[in-house]
Design a protein around this ligand. Sequence first.
Ligand code: FEO
Length: 403
Amino acid sequence: MSARTLLEKVDENLYILRADDLDVRYFEAVWEIPEKITYNAYLLLEGDYRILFDGWKLSYSDQFLELIRSLVDPRDLTHLVVHHAEPDHSGSLPRVLEANGFRAAVLTHPMAATMLKRIYGIEAKFRPVKDGEEIEIGDGVLKFVYTPWLHWPETMMSLLADRLILFSGDAFGGYSIPSSIFDDSEEVVAEFLPHARKYVATIIGAYRDHIIRGVEKLRRLRKPPKIIAPAHGLVWRRRPELIVDYYVRLAKGVPEGDKLLVVSGSMYGSTEKAVKVAVEEAARLGCAIALHRFDQSESASISEIIGDAIDSRAIILAAPTYEAGVYPPIEYVVRLIARKIPPKPALIISSYGWGSAAARIISEILSSAGFKIVDAIDFRGSAGDEDLEKIREGVRKLVEFRF
Ligand code: FEO
């Protein structure tokens, strides 16, 4: 298993060490990412200070050390900054410490220090830092900012205060392997943003309020960062505020135009027939429809559904009743949406054979998460003319609804 590796100067004496993970199929062993992902570490060589920020996943440790060695002897690393304990970044830490002879101070959140010791069974010169703490590094200052739940509770960022370079960890990152290191072209940014959307929805969506709080906290710093250097995806130096604003929009669930998410599950076509009518009505009303299907020939990507949900204006969920419950793939989707996506108006469509359950259960799950159910329409067997008219009416109510 090997990554494609990149090494490039980000700023004076500062380098990015990027691993393009072409092997991964399911991030966190859950989220399907055919677009793949990068792991970004950074190395600062400032006077006598040799500071490594984060790392790569365990399986790429040898390549990581090779890239470090092209700039510095790992034994000379003076500080390792760990912004986040999740193993996509910390996996290489034990090997780096070994190569370093455990000489470097490991600057991290106190909770991360405990977690890293337990995850890797390592002892090192852990030097927990406080929120807002500043340390002098040569002529510069490195400031630590706790940003809990972006993405775990122990997560922090660090700021090269004099140069306004923010190492932001998971935050302001995204899936995919951008064709460049930096956000220098409109094209590369336009390609990246949908992958950032899917990443925010799947990875940080459950903690979306913390995105807003974290950004407010960063905005209270004296000056906005000139460079944002995340642990995944693009480095932002042309328009760093663009990705910050985009994250806030996603966290608030701001809709992208009249985007309507439709998720359809159908075992034998009855529900699908009703969904087709709903989609025709929504298209007639000018919605941009993102349709995902589970049926006998298709099994939609759950990651793409969650990614499409976060900036939809409304959603339609359709599923048959299955074993006195909800058709399983749709139940999984509904529970994820309830957990990760800001509340939206929703229309439920469902068919059943001998007893109705799915429409009620989906409505209950979404209502308890704050979603507004504009209607839940179910029917025995195949939808008749009257049911189809109710569905058209439901779509009209959905499209008109405003929170
Ligand atoms: Fe990229 Fe939460 O780790």
